[in-house]
Design a protein around this ligand. Structure first.
Ligand code: NAD
Length: 486
């Protein structure tokens, strides 16, 4: 079988409907686990962004004029292509983003599911018949926005890009995707190639790797009607400001400081399994990672002792060389930031139970206990494999602790008493709430979005996609024009 991404295709190339050489300085595609160079990445400059948005604008209307069936067929084919190359796609996620094999395979499956779900979008009802005066047909219908700029992060690079790219295309838009340059192959070129092989008309999808400057150029571009941004709250604020200035619709999916609340009647084995998954999956580099483990006083000591033993047992290493629980962090900056917070946490009175010392980019599973509200580890998003364990006394205390953050992405409550857990959960200010589960969950068909500093009220996925990527048009039709009296 031909590989999905032969090196000569993407090396030093951008995707604009065809693979073309970039004009801006190139950067190395690095494997974080080994530092090996996997290829050379062409980056986009502002001129390329402008050329691409114009080209996308020119072909979008024609795409929307295709029959719904013709558009749906592209996504069905894209899913088949991705399924056929699922191993190669997962390999790229392992090598370029430092994913464990299990996480990479999970992310690949989730991304294929997005393609299947997107195939069903064009044939869905796209509006409503409204009541009106006799003789007038009055409709509210959803129309595509035009060109949508998607800016995506490094941590779930494939899924977080395709969850926007595919439904945006399926609802009749064109897309210019700017993936994070650290994960531009698995989070950008994989998508370009899958759609190219699926027969998406050329020019509807552009994949332009680049840094903040390319993202900023996209955000202020006159041909772009909407920006769908997933990334940090700091960058999201800048994107939101720029999009507002240029009167663009903007959807911001940002950071989180997510609490997993373990009530004193929870099953301890299951609580441990949930906490371990929520804190350490993908080295804690997930917006929904469990950033605070709030544990009720009666079980706090027993829980902590077992969590520390569990953390000690988790292996860290190169995920391409065999099974490990934790791979590398994405780069030195991310590692230094996690280490800085762990050190500041200790200075502020927390106890380092295990871990804390990275070797290169390999950060071991770490546990901080006795963390109080004024501690940096309580407040900052760490984006590293660090359990921040906080005791609490009453259910009301747990609510107050969990809500004590500007973020509001995900929260979870563990208890054998579902009524008690739900009563507590309903007081939490979050966009994603899980009773008897941990904080990291996404099924594609659910609306996904945070409140507060985790987003701007937009949601993506499932029933939210029509709202996200289209806008209402009011259409009226009369048999003949009325004779107005003026
Ligand atoms: P980041 O904000 O640094 O980068 C994300 C993307 O934005 C990259 O493509 C980057 O090049 C681009 N970018 C950066 N500055 C920009 C600017 N001024 N204008 C336009 N584009 C710009 O994020 P990161 O640190 O790479 O990713 C981790 C962050 O993303 C965490 O805070 C995490 O919680 C968040 N995240 C949120 C979700 C969600 O769905 N809510 C999902 C994953 C990650």
């Amino acid at each position: 079988m031909q590989p999905l991404l032969p090196a000569e295709l993407w090396n030093e190339h951008l995707f604009t409907g065809q693979w073309q050489a970039g004009q801006a300085p190139t950067t190395a595609v690095l494997e974080p686990a080994t530092g090996t160079t996997l290829g050379t990445l062409a980056n986009a400059d502002a001129d390329q962004v402008a050329r691409s948005t114009k080209a996308a604008h020119l072909v979008q209307a024609k795409w929307f004029q295709l029959s719904y069936d013709e558009r749906a067929a592209v996504f069905r084919k894209a899913a088949q292509v991705a399924e056929r190359h699922a191993n190669e796609i997962a390999d790229w996620l392992v090598r370029e983003s430092g994913s464990t094999r299990e996480k990479a395979e999970f992310e690949t499956r989730l991304s294929i599911k997005v393609l299947h779900e997107s195939a069903s979008l064009p044939s869905r009802s796209q509006g409503e018949v409204l009541p009106s005066v006799p003789g007038r047909l009055s409709l509210a219908r959803r129309r595509p926005l035009g060109v949508i700029g998607v800016i995506s992060p490094f941590n779930f690079p494939l899924y977080l890009a395709i969850r926007a790219v595919a439904p945006a295309l399926a609802t009749g838009n064109a897309v210019v995707l700017k993936p994070d340059p650290r994960t531009a192959v698995c989070g950008g070129f994989v998508i370009a190639r899958v759609f190219e092989l699926a027969g998406l008309p050329a020019g509807l999808l552009h994949v332009l790797p680049g840094g903040a400057d390319a993202g900023a150029a996209l955000t202020s571009d006159a041909h772009v009607a909407m920006i769908q941004f997933t990334g940090s709250t700091g960058a999201g604020r800048k994107v939101g400001e720029a999009a507002g200035r240029h009167l663009k619709k903007v959807s911001l999916e940002l950071g989180g400081k997510n609490s997993l609340i373990v009530l004193d009647d929870a099953d301890l084995d299951l609580a441990l399994a949930n906490a371990t998954w929520g804190v350490y999956l993908h080295q804690g580099q997930i917006c929904m990672s469990t950033g605070r483990l709030l544990v009720q006083r009666g079980i706090y000591e027993r829980f902590l002792e077992r969590l520390v033993a569990k953390a000690r047992s988790l292996s860290v290493g190169d995920p391409a060389k065999g099974q490990v629980h934790l791979g590398p962090l994405i780069n030195a900056q991310q590692c230094e930031n996690a280490q800085r917070i762990v050190q500041a946490a200790q200075q502020a009175g927390a106890k380092l139970e295990v871990g804390g010392e990275p070797q290169g980019l390999f950060f071991p599973a770490t546990v901080l206990s006795g963390v109080t509200r004024d501690n940096p580890a309580f407040n900052e998003e760490i984006f590293g494999p660090v359990a921040v364990v906080v005791p609490f006394d009453t259910d009301a205390d747990a609510v107050a602790l969990a809500n004590d953050t500007e973020y509001g992405l995900s929260a979870a409550v563990l208890s054998q008493d579902v009524g008690r857990a739900l009563k507590l959960g309903e007081q939490l200010r979050v966009g994603l709430l899980h009773i008897n589960d941990q904080t990291v969950n996404d099924e594609v068909v659910n609306p996904f979005g945070g409140v507060g500093a985790s987003g701007n009220g937009a949601s993506i996925g499932g029933p939210a996609n029509w709202e996200e990527f289209t806008q209402w048009q009011w259409l009226t039709v009369k048999g003949e024009a009325p004779a107005y009296p003026l």
